[in-house]
Design a protein around this ligand. Sequence first.
Ligand code: MG
Length: 157
Amino acid sequence: MRIGQGFDVHALVEGRPLILAGIEIPHVCGPLGHSDGDVVLHAISDALLGALAEGDLGRHFPSSDASLKGIKSAVILEKVLGMMRSRGCSLASVDCTVVLEAPRLSPHQSAMHMHLAGLLGIREDRLGLKVTSTDGLGLVGRGEGIACMAVVLLDEA
Ligand code: MG
C-alpha cells in the first residue's frame, strides 16, 4: 500500500468559471489560475504524486511553463494517473474535502461525485467527497479563496 495527501488553494475572482471535480458550478466567481483552477483535481493529483514519492504538482506542471497555460485539470489528473499505472499501482480509495464559503454545493454533490469517480476510474463507494465551510473565518470565510484537501490510498502490485 502507498498513501498520499494533497492540498490546494486558489483565489476566487469574478468572471471566471467555477470548475470543481471537473464540473462547472454556476457562480459569480471562479478560481484564478494557470489552469482551470479545479482545486479538487489538483489536490487529488498532488496526493497521487505524494503516494508515488514523485514530488508535488508544481514540479511536474510548473506555472512558469507557457505550454501548460489554460490546461484542463482533468488532463493533469489523467497524466498523473498514467504515472501511477506505469509504476504498477492502482487506486484503492480517495477521500477529499472541499472548503469554501459559497455557493452551496449540496445540489451538485452527487453529480460531482459521479463525474469524479469516472475521472478516477474507481467505484463511487471508493470515493469520499465532502464539503465544509470555515464558519466565516479566514480567506475562505471571506470568500477570497477556495481550498481542497485529499488523501489517496494506492495498491502496489
Ligand atoms: Mg492548484
